[in-house]
Design a protein around this ligand. Structure first.
Ligand code: SCD
Length: 736
C-alpha cells in the first residue's frame, strides 16, 4: 500500500520504531469503499474546499445538523418500529411503550398488508400478523390507534406497495377520531425505488408506482402540511449488503428522483422537498457511520441547491430517521447484540439523527418480546438522559479524522450519484439492474469475508461460545425466549372482521369508489397537472376507505389496470470465491467433493433456493445462491412470493436434489410443513432434501425436523460448512 504523504515524518519514525518488525502498511486500513483509514490525522487532512461556512451549525450545507441547537434543545425522537398480530394487541403494546418513554410511533405492517392482500387471500396464509400488524380496513386502523390522539402523536408508517389504501385508512381513522388532516404529523415510507432494488414489497410496475408517489406528495402538500410524504431509505440498502458509499449515493439519488416525481405531479421543489425525510441504517463501523450522516446532509444540500434552485432553506435540509443494523445482530451469543446496538445508537446520535429505532437483541432469532423491546428502548433513554451526549452539537465536528472521512465519503458517493444521474436518474438506473447488482456483489463479498474470518464477528467466527467452534449454533444456555404468534388464530379473527364489514357496508358505494380509482388509473395524465382531489389517487383512496373498501379491494382494483410487478432473479457469479480466495482449503475441499458427486451421479448437486409467502427479504437467499454456485452446485433461484404448491412444482420440473427454504419473516411454521405436504403429494419428499435457513428460532428446529426438514441453518452459518452438511446428507439419502 502506498502511504499517504500527509502523515507527519516525526510520527512515522516513532511508529516504525514501535512496530519493530511489523510493516507500517498493516496499520493503514481501508473501508469497504476503498477509503483510506490512517492511524493518524493532522490539520493537513482538512480539505481546502471544506470552509468555515461549510462547518457552521444549522446553516447550509447542514453538515453538522439541520438545527443550530440540535439535541441541546430537543433530543432525537425515540421511535421504536413495532407491530404484530392484531390491531388490538399492537395498540396495547404501543400504549405501554409510550407510557415508558417512547416519544413517537412507528408502525410495522404484516406482509399481507404490504403486498395489498386481505387476510383471507390464499397467498398470505403464512404471513398474516407475523412480521407486523394485520390491517384490512379502516376498522382495524381505528383499533390500532384507539386512545392515541392522532393530533398529538407523530406516527410513522412503513408502507410502500399498498401505500394508497393504508395512508387513506390512517387519514380516515383520524377523521373518525375528530382529527383534521392538516393536524396530522408523521411520516409515510412511500419509497418504492428501494423496493425494486432490494426490499421487494412492491405491487405495481415502476411507472404507476411512481405515479402513486407523485399523487401522495401533491395530496399531502395541499392537505397535510405537517406530514412527511416520504422516507427515503438507505437502511434497506445497507441491510441488503450495500457498502456505505453505495447506501449514501443511491439514497440521495433516489431523493433527487422523487423531487422530479413531485414536480411532474404539479408541485414546486419547495412544496415537496421540505417534507422529505430520510432513513439510514447504522452498522458497526463507528467513525464511518457518523461520517455518513454528515456527508448525507452535505450532499443533499449541494445537490438540491444546484439542481433545483429552491427558494426555501427547508428544501436543503436533510432530516433523517436511523435504525441500528439488523444485519449486524447474531443468533450466536445473542446478548452481544445489546452491546452492538448501543454502539450503533451512539453513532446515530453523534451523526445527528432526528429519530431512532434501536433493535432488540433477539431480532436475529425471532420476533422481539416485551422484555427485549424494553431493553432496546432504554438503550436510547440512557444515552439521552444519563450520558451527556445530547449536550453538544455535532461533537465530532472539527476532528481531523472525522472531517476527512466525511469529505472522502462525500467524494466517493458524489461520483456514484453522478453516474446515476448520467444514466437518466434512478428509475432508469434501476431498469438496467446496475444498483441491484452492485449491492448484491457487495453483499456476497462481505459474506465471504466473514466466512473466511477476514472480518471478525465476536461469538460467530471468533470467540464462539459453543464447544465445537465450527458449530453455527449457540449453546443451550443462550436460548432466548421469542414472541410466538398464533398465525391461524390471527387470520381467523381478521376473516371474521372482514366478513362483518362486507355485510354492513353499501356495496353500491364500494363499487362506485373502486371504479373511480380504476378510471383515474386508466386516464393518461399530462405532466404538471394542477392538484385536484377528485382526480388525485390519494383523494380517491380516502373516499374508498371511508366507504369501507378493504386494502385488498383497493389494491386489486388498481392491479387490474396496471398489473402486478414480477422481478427477475439473477445470481452474482464469482464474487464469493473472489473475496474468500479461490485456493483457500475451505473452498477447494467443497469443490472437490462436488466434483466427486458429479462423477458418481452423472450431474452436479442441484438446489432450488426458494422464498415462500410474501417475505421479500432475499439477501440471504441471494448470497446462499451465489455462494453455492461458486462452490460448484447447480443453483436454481425460485421467484419471490411463491406458494408451497408452486415451489413443489418447480422442484419437480427442475428435477432438483435439494429445496432450500429461506425464511426471514416468521412464516416457516406454516409454509414449510405445507411445502413438505405438497412434495409428498408429488411423491417427491423421499428424494428431495428440504433444508431451511434464516430467522428461525431454535425452539422451532425440532418441529421442523419432525415435519421432515433435514437441516436447519441459523444466521451466521458459514457457506462452505453448510454446503458440506448438505452434501453429506444428500449422499446418505442417495445411498438409502
Ligand atoms: C427538532 N425540532 C427543533 C429542534 N429539533 N426545533 C428547533 N430546534 C431544535 N433543535 C422540531 C422540528 O423542526 C420539528 O418541527 C419537530 O421539532 C419534530 O422534530 P423532527 O426532527 O422532525 O422529529 P420527528 O417528528 O420525530 O421526525 C423525524 C423524521 C421523520 C423527520 C426523520 O420522518 C420520522 O419520524 N421518520 C421515522 C421513520 C420511521 O419510523 N421509519 C421506520 C422504518 P416541524 O415539523 O414543525 O419542523 C422501519 C423499517 O422500514 C424497518 C425495516 C423493514 O421493515 O424492512
Amino acid at each position: 500500500m502506498r502511504l499517504a504523504s500527509n502523515v507527519p515524518e516525526s510520527w512515522l519514525k516513532l511508529a516504525k520504531k514501535e512496530l519493530r518488525d511489523t510493516p507500517i502498511e498493516t496499520i493503514f486500513r481501508k473501508t469497504e469503499d476503498g477509503i483510506e483509514v490512517k492511524p493518524v490525522y493532522t490539520s493537513q487532512d482538512l480539505a481546502s474546499n471544506v470552509t468555515e461556512e461549510e462547518l457552521s451549525c444549522g446553516t447550509f450545507p447542514y453538515t453538522r445538523g439541520p438545527h443550530a441547537t440540535m439535541y441541546t434543545h430537543r433530543p432525537w425522537t425515540v421511535r421504536q418500529y413495532a407491530g404484530f398480530s392484531t390491531a388490538q394487541e399492537s395498540n396495547q403494546f404501543y400504549k405501554k411503550a409510550l407510557s415508558k418513554g417512547q416519544m413517537g410511533l412507528s408502525v410495522a405492517f404484516d406482509l399481507a398488508t404490504h403486498r395489498g392482500y386481505d387476510s383471507d387471500h390464499d397467498r398470505v396464509k403464512g404471513d398474516v400478523g407475523m412480521a407486523g400488524v394485520a390491517i384490512d380496513s379502516v376498522e382495524d386502523m381505528k383499533i390500532l390507534f384507539d386512545g392515541i390522539p392522532l393530533d398529538k402523536m407523530s406516527v410513522s408508517m412503513t408502507m410502500n406497495g399498498a401505500v394508497l389504501p393504508v395512508l387513506a385508512m390512517y387519514v380516515v381513522a383520524a377523521e373518525e377520531q375528530g382529527v383534521k388532516q392538516e393536524l396530522l404529523t408523521g411520516t409515510i415510507q412511500n419509497d418504492i425505488l428501494k423496493e425494486f432494488m432490494v426490499r421487494n414489497t412492491y405491487i405495481y410496475p415502476p411507472e404507476p408506482s411512481m405515479r402513486i408517489i407523485g399523487d401522495i406528495m401533491s395530496y399531502t402538500s395541499n392537505n397535510m402540511p405537517k406530514y412527511n410524504s416520504i422516507s427515503i431509505s438507505g437502511y434497506h440498502l445497507q441491510e441488503a449488503g450495500a457498502s456505505t458509499a453505495l447506501e449514501l449515493a443511491f439514497t440521495i439519488a433516489d431523493g433527487l428522483e422523487y423531487v422530479r416525481c413531485g414536480v411532474k405531479a404539479g408541485c414546486t421543489v419547495d412544496q415537496v422537498a421540505p417534507r422529505f425525510s430520510f432513513f439510514f441504517g447504522i452498522g458497526m463501523n463507528f467513525y464511518v457511520e457518523v461520517a455518513k450522516l454528515r456527508a448525507a446532509r452535505r450532499l443533499w444540500a449541494h445537490y438540491i441547491k444546484n439542481k433545483f434552485t429552491p427558494k426555501s432553506d427547508k428544501s436543503l435540509m436533510l432530516r433523517t430517521h436511523c435504525q441500528t443494523s439488523g444485519y449486524s445482530l447474531t443468533e450466536q451469543d445473542p446478548y452481544n447484540n445489546i452491546i452492538r446496538t448501543t454502539i450503533e445508537a451512539m453513532a446515530a446520535a453523534m451523526g445527528g439523527t432526528q429519530s431512532l429505532h434501536t433493535n432488540s437483541f433477539d431480532e436475529a432469532i425471532g420476533l422481539p418480546t416485551e422484555f427485549s423491546s424494553r431493553l432496546a428502548r432504554n438503550t436510547q433513554l440512557i444515552l439521552q438522559e444519563e450520558t451527556g451526549i445530547t449536550h453538544v452539537v455535532d461533537p465530532w465536528g472539527g476532528s481531523y479524522m472525522m472531517e476527512k472521512l466525511t469529505n472522502d465519503l462525500y467524494q466517493v458517493a458524489d461520483q456514484i450519484i453522478q453516474e446515476v444521474e448520467q444514466m437518466g436518474g434512478m428509475t432508469k438506473a434501476i431498469e438496467t439492474g446496475m444498483p441491484k447488482n452492485k449491492i448484491e456483489e457487495a453483499a456476497t463479498r462481505k459474506q465471504a469475508k466473514i466466512d473466511s474470518r477476514a472480518e471478525v464477528i465476536v461469538g460467530v467466527n471468533k470467540y464462539q461460545v459453543a464447544s465445537n467452534p465450527s458449530s453455527s449454533t449457540s449453546s443451550n444456555d443462550d436460548q432466548v425466549e421469542v414472541l410466538q404468534i398464533d398465525n391461524q388464530k390471527v387470520r381467523n379473527g381478521q376473516i371474521e372482521l372482514l366478513n362483518r364489514i362486507r355485510e354492513t357496508r353499501s356495496e353500491e358505494q364500494v363499487a362506485e369508489c373502486l371504479t373511480a380509482l380504476q378510471n383515474e388509473a386508466t386516464r393518461q395524465r399530462s405532466d404538471n397537472e394542477p392538484f385536484n382531489a377528485d382526480t388525485n389517487l390519494m383523494g380517491l383512496a380516502i373516499r374508498a376507505a371511508r366507504a369501507r373498501c378493504t386494502v385488498g379491494e383497493i389494491s386489486y382494483a388498481l392491479e387490474q389496470v396496471w398489473g402486478r410487478h414480477s422481478p427477475n432473479s439473477q445470481v452474482v457469479s464469482g464474487a464469493y470465491i473472489g473475496a474468500y480466495g479461490q485456493d483457500h482449503s475451505d473452498i477447494s475441499s467443497v469443490r472437490e467433493r462436488v466434483n466427486a458427486f458429479a462423477d458418481k451421479h452423472g450431474r452436479r448437486p442441484r438446489i432450488l433456493v426458494c422464498k415462500m409467502g410474501q417475505d421479500g427479504h432475499d439477501r440471504g437467499a441471494k448470497v446462499i445462491s451465489s455462494g453455492f454456485a461458486d462452490l460448484g452446485f447447480d443453483v436454481d433461484v425460485g421467484p419471490l412470493f411463491q406458494t408451497p404448491k408452486e415451489v413443489a412444482r418447480q422442484a419437480v420440473d427442475n428435477d432438483v436434489h435439494v429445496v432450500g427454504v429461506s425464511s426471514q419473516a416468521a412464516g416457516h411454521k406454516t409454509l414449510i410443513p405445507a411445502l413438505i405436504e405438497e412434495l409428498s403429494k408429488q411423491e417427491l419428499h423421499k428424494n428431495v432434501l428440504v433444508i431451511a435457513g434464516g430467522v428461525i428460532p431454535q425452539q422451532d428446529y425440532e418441529m421442523l425436523y419432525q415435519t421432515g426438514v433435514s437441516l436447519v441453518f441459523g444466521p451466521g452459518t458459514k457457506i462452505p460448512s453448510a454446503a458440506n452438511s448438505v452434501l453429506e446428507c444428500l449422499e446418505k439419502r442417495l445411498q438409502e
